[in-house]
Write a protein that binds this ligand. Structure first.
Ligand code: XMP
Length: 315
């Protein structure tokens, strides 16, 4: 039986013991990095700087939300707008593993820059067990190079501190609740952000399409759950597919993009079952996406595969 109080006590002590100088942490606003930040903050206090990198690949309103959340914690916090750098680095990159490596590496380089300025010797990260298990650990096959793991360059000159390394998602949430972290019930969001939900080239225009579609999926599902038409799934989002298909707009032929809706039930993200979303809810999502983005999207499909054989994200 997992004991969250005991875990917090031991994790704070362990970070305190390992971290002799200044430390920096990457905060995405997600539950993993927020919990790691609070644990590290308790361990080293003012010697910690939480840096939020706006990659340009975040969801709608997310940047503002994270800033507001950290303002409340009292932890040293800095937001860096790196969206131009990310879009530049991702030009022409479509292969999923390549994309993950580019994003992971950029992330670390930005951190090295911030860390140098702050004088940090330690990098605290919110890596959890499924991240490194699925990234291959020499024994297992690499399924996906997770952002927190696969992108790490060999020449990184900071010592890595990963307080949540042995935890699964449900355990991280238990810890978050104990720590009073607001994002404890938030659905997971991948480190590489909307880039892995954009199967077309990662451009500001394509990201804007998938960002709006994700927002609509989240909003419609949240409303349906509030109206008790369905339970809130474990994770739910939209994916922009590289396929175009023929449609009609008014009396004219259209050749538009396709959005896939994904919603799954899971405990720890290692396996998942697609959610049984009522057709009426799917219909509202489809209508709202195709009318809100009528010049871009003319088809919406629902992904009914489980994990395995699929994964939760499409890349
Ligand atoms: P997959 O797609 O591998 O996802 O079935 C399992 C869970 O992990 C999330 N995910 C990530 N989380 N860095 C993360 O921190 C990543 O690179 C990453 N890739 C996927 C995914 O959203 C799901 O909850």
């Amino acid at each position: 039986m997992f004991d969250a109080d005991k875990f917090i006590e031991e994790a704070v002590a362990s970070v305190k013991e390992k971290t002799k100088g200044k430390a920096i942490i990457a905060c995405s606003g997600g539950v993993d990095s927020s919990v790691s930040a609070v644990i590290a903050g308790r361990a080293v206090g003012d010697r910690l700087l939480a840096v939020f990198v706006d990659t340009g690949l975040m969801r709608k309103g997310e940047v503002e939300e994270v800033e507001a959340m950290f303002r409340d914690t009292g932890i040293n916090f800095k937001a860096v707008d790196a969206s131009k750098e990310y879009f530049e680095a991702l030009k022409g990159v479509t292969e999923p593993e390549h994309k993950r490596k580019v994003i992971g590496e950029k992330f670390i380089r930005i951190f090295e820059r911030e860390a140098k300025e702050f004088g940090a010797k330690y990098l605290v990260q919110g890596t959890i067990a499924p991240d490194w298990i699925e990234s291959g650990d020499g024994v297992r096959d690499t399924i996906k190079s997770h952002h927190n793991v696969g992108g790490l360059p060999k020449d990184m000159d900071m010592t890595l501190v990963e307080p949540l390394r042995d935890l699964y998602k449900d355990e991280v949430r238990q810890v978050a609740r104990k720590l009073g972290i607001k994002s404890s019930e938030r659905q997971p969001f991948p480190g590489p952000g909307l880039a892995v939900r954009c199967l077309a080239e990662v451009t500001p225009e394509n990201i804007a399409v998938v960002r709006e579609a994700c927002f609509i999926v989240e909003d419609e599902i949240r409303k349906a759950a509030e109206a008790e038409k369905m339970k809130l799934p474990w994770q739910y989002f939209a994916v922009l597919l590289p396929a175009r298909s023929v449609g009609v707009q008014g009396d004219r032929r259209a050749y538009g993009r396709t959005i896939a809706v994904r919603a799954v039930e899971s405990i720890d993200g290692m396996t998942a079952a697609h959610s049984d979303i009522p057709l009426s809810v799917l219909n509202s999502i489809s209508q709202r996406i195709t009318s809100r983005m009528k010049d871009e999207v003319n088809r919406v499909v629902y992904d009914i595969t489980d994990k395995p054989p699929a994964t939760i994200e499409w890349e």
